[in-house]
Design a protein. Structure first.
Ligand code: HMG
Ligand code: MG
Length: 301
């Protein structure tokens, strides 16, 4: 399959990136972060999550963050939702797009959402009519698609079955998450080929974490298979609090640099994205995890 000519980057830094930070990040810094991302040309910025604040205290200010950001008309600002309670709370700030999540791994489902895989699907089925009633766009994540920290290998067929169920339940797109970054290119190809037997590639996104330094290689494989939606996090922020060993998401700057080099259009400005990566890394007082950001920043010193 030819490479896509255009790719949509889904920036997950404000949610997936920040959810695991130990230090409480002030709400105004999160708002500034999202506003700066909004000026880079991105068309999707996952903003926060409406999960239980006992489970993810860092994002307990979801309501205030979402209602105070300067939303731009051409940008979608999805929020992550685990259940009907989360959806009801998100509706009070007038969200337009939500992202739901589940996994084929029973153990990961228990650790991340305190329920079985079947129960997580039942929660999704319960909230979907409410989402539809409010005309929300619904994206579905599948976690641990290339391996689970508690169960090890995951069957690509189990991923494909779950993806099919999420589409049947009403998701417009499925983001395939290598939550702990264990995937390698051939494994990625095999998983994608199995999923693509059930779901058209136009409805698939990939979501890699870079724990073992494989994310860009895996993304290249996904592009070869025609995937044209890529999740990433500026400066490689991130990790899942319920996935032992999960390091940051693939850095948005690194993905964009590769796509620019391949002549694939994204609409996102690399220098502006690098500046946002510097802003948030500066606040967190640690170097950017993006090689491209570090290289550009040292070149321009
Ligand atoms: P639970 O404790 O079983 O919930 O958690 P419960 O239904 O028994 O309720 C307990 C209390 O929490 C109640 O309050 C509820 O009202 C409240 P109380 O009566 O004790 O005062 N509650 C809520 N409050 C606010 N918002 C809500 C909510 N729901 C219940 N939405 C639950 C079950 C699903 C809520 C919990 O396990 C949870 O929030 N889990 C989310 C964990 C999480 O955010 N993980 C990271 C995101 S997933 C990820 O990062 C992977 C991804 O990036 C893809 C990839 O990388 O592969 C997506
Ligand atoms: Mg993630």
């Amino acid at each position: 399959m030819p490479f896509p000519t255009k790719v949509k980057l889904v920036e997950v830094g404000p949610r997936d990136g920040l959810q695991n930070e130990a230090m409480t990040i002030p709400t105004d810094v999160k708002i500034e972060f999202i506003n700066r991302l909004s000026a880079t040309g991105l068309s999707v910025i996952e903003t926060t999550s409406f999960v239980s604040p006992k489970w993810v205290p860092q994002l307990a200010d979801n309501h205030e963050v979402f209602s105070k950001i300067n939303q731009k008309a051409h940008i979608s600002y999805p929020v992550l939702i685990p259940n009907l309670t989360g959806l009801e709370r998100a509706l009070t700030v007038d969200v337009k797009e939500i992202a739901l999540f589940c996994t084929p791994s029973e153990k990961f489902s228990q650790r991340n959402t305190n329920c079985t895989v079947a129960e997580s699907l039942a929660r999704i089925a319960e909230l979907m009519p409410v989402a539809k009633k409010h005309n929300l766009r619904v994206r579905g994540y599948i976690s641990c698609v290339l391996g689970c920290p508690y169960e090890g290998d995951i069957s690509p067929h189990a991923v494909a079955d779950l993806a099919e169920k999420l589409i049947q339940l009403g998701c417009y797109e499925i983001s395939l998450g290598d939550t702990i970054g264990v995937g390698t290119p051939k494994k990625t190809a095999a998983m994608l080929e199995t999923v693509m037997k059930k779901i058209p590639v136009e409805k698939l996104a990939v979501h890699f974490h870079d724990t073992y330094g494989q994310a860009l290689a895996n993304i290249y494989v996904a592009l070869e298979h025609g995937v044209s939606v890529i999740d990433s996090s500026v400066s490689g922020l991130g990790g899942c609090p319920y996935a032992k060993g999960a390091s940051g998401n693939v850095a948005s700057e690194d993905v964009l640099y590769m796509l620019n080099g391949m002549g694939i259009e994204t609409g996102v400005d690399l220098e502006k994205l690098i500046a946002v990566g510097q802003f948030i890394s500066g606040f967190l007082k640690r170097p950017s995890q993006s090689k491209v950001n570090v290289a550009f920043s040292s070149r321009n010193k």
